[in-house]
Design a protein around this ligand. Structure first.
Ligand SMILES: [Zn+2]
Length: 130
């Protein structure tokens, strides 16, 4: 998997995560959440990531996706379970749709910013995501 990081030198990490060749099923919402957990700025170039960062991203991707499945997915778009119930995952968003609010990370005094990357909204903390 780390080979992909090396091959995709010019992409920023956000677009890289959305690339289906990496892990299929990482949606736009989850990409923001994963990068927040990994403390990585979404506009950072993939080639600047350290091995440690790559490992964090892989681990956090697993974590976020498992969590989302357990909670029934996000209902923000078209994900509703067969009973039409809304998933509860979106209530736990750490950065997604939290523009202008305080960062949820303990001891971080940052503010969540929104930036459009390749026409998709991306949310991140301006302080703890480097
Ligand atoms: Zn923060």
């Amino acid at each position: 998997m780390f080979l992909y990081f090396l091959k995709e030198k010019k992409k920023n990490i956000k677009n890289f995560l959305l690339d289906q060749n990496f892990v299929s099923g990482i949606g736009n919402i989850y990409a923001s959440e994963i990068l927040f957990l990994s403390k990585i700025n979404p506009i950072k170039k993939a080639r600047l990531l350290k091995i440690k960062d790559c490992k964090n991203i892989v681990n956090n991707s697993r974590k976020v996706l498992n969590d989302a499945i357990e909670k029934g997915g996000s209902s923000i778009r078209d994900f509703k379970n067969i009973l039409g119930n809304e998933g509860s995952f979106q209530k736990d968003f750490k950065v997604y749709l939290r523009e202008g609010l305080n960062c949820k990370r303990t001891k971080c005094r940052g503010t969540i910013l929104k930036k459009v990357i390749s026409n998709r909204s991306t949310f991140f903390c301006n302080t703890c995501q480097k």
